[in-house]
Design a protein around this ligand. Structure first.
Ligand SMILES: [Zn+2]
Length: 91
């Protein structure tokens, strides 16, 4: 496939670098939400986060309906907290 355009790849990679930096604070929006909600809600949310059968997207949809929009990516990143590709929330 010599037809492929390497230029497009360069452009897209440069766009990544130009995108606003992801704020790597102590907590992601999922962690902040866990702190903000009541203990019952926090327990339920932790249970969903720890349940492999509940998808990040399903959690994100529910959270978004009840408050600020949260993406499945953010939920998945929170699930990887502590890992190199996860958020910085405490484990
Ligand atoms: Zn987090």
């Amino acid at each position: 496939m010599i037809e492929k355009q390497p230029l497009g790849l360069v452009h897209e990679l440069q766009a990544l670098a130009d995108a606003p930096a992801v704020i790597r604070g102590p907590q992601c929006s999922v962690g902040a939400l866990l702190d903000a909600v009541g203990p019952n809600d926090a327990d339920a949310l932790r249970g969903a986060l720890d349940n492999d059968r509940v998808t990040a997207r399903a959690i994100a949809d529910v959270l978004s309906r009840h408050g600020d929009p949260i993406t499945a990516y953010t939920v998945a990143r929170h699930r990887r907290r502590g890992d190199s590709n996860g958020c910085r929330c405490p484990r």
